[in-house]
Design a protein around this ligand. Structure first.
Ligand code: ADP
Ligand code: MG
Length: 207
């Protein structure tokens, strides 16, 4: 195994590139947090690690591209997974806004397939999606996701995605409309999602 190189350090986890049995891989490791008491800290890190791996598998079953899992180490709270070769969707939309409509149609389809299988992502932003060289959207960072998602969870997913777009890509409102058209054309019972999203927006206005 080559020495892992850290490529991202977030509030929750550190991400390393490495190799696993000769394959390019990513290790996502949740390190202990000093501000949390020992046992609670471990419970949180290990349950998020388990949930993330479970959700990646369930999403793939639903026909949504996610990294293959190579190994899970619950003592270390780390997941070793396939390295997805491609570009973060956030970076692609910034560098090549001309391709935004096409990318957004693919995002809408991927999210609709996920939701049609009763799965919500929990943190849908363009930083948690990688576009591969063949244009496939791969979803990552699913630790906040749920299976058996209720309409509320699905509405929140859509609303968060909309907010992520408005803040990260303020000039791409037309592309976001294309995303929603694509999503609604595939999502089962699309009108109930639209109503739920409106309700969530209205709630936000008065609280
Ligand atoms: N399987 C993967 N293949 C390629 N890059 C990845 C993979 N997983 C994570 N990354 C990279 O690491 C970054 C952080 O990973 P992420 O799972 O989103 O962690 P965080 O919870 O810190 O946001 C991603 O934005 C992406 O650039
Ligand atoms: Mg992330």
């Amino acid at each position: 195994m080559t020495d892992p190189v850290c490529i991202a350090k977030g509030a929750e986890a550190e991400v390393f590139v490495s190799s696993f049995l000769g394959r390019a891989s990513i290790i996502k490791k949740r390190s202990p947090k000093r501000y949390r008491a020992g046992e609670l800290d471990y419970q949180l890190r290990s349950s998020r690690t388990k949930n993330e791996a479970r959700l990646m598998k369930e999403a793939r079953r639903a026909g949504v591209r996610t990294p293959m899992i190579y190994d899970i180490d619950l003592a270390e709270c780390s997941i070793t997974m396939e390295e997805i070769k491609g570009t973060k969707v956030k970076d692609r939309l910034d560098s090549d806004p001309g391709s935004a409509a096409e990318i957004c149609i693919a995002i809408g389809a991927a999210v609709a397939r996920l939701h049609n299988s009763g799965i919500c992502h929990g943190d849908l932003t363009t930083s948690n999606m990688i576009i591969t060289d063949d244009g496939t959207i791969c979803l990552i960072d699913l630790s906040m996701g749920k299976t058996k998602a209720e309409l509320e969870d699905i509405g929140v997913d859509v609303r968060l995605l909309e907010r992520a777009f408005t803040s990260a890509h303020p000039d791409l409102s037309e592309a976001f409309s294309a995303l929603m058209d694509s999503y609604l054309s595939i999502k089962k019972d699309p009108n109930s999602v639209l109503r739920k999203v409106e309700e969530i927006k209205n709630r936000g206005r008065y609280t």
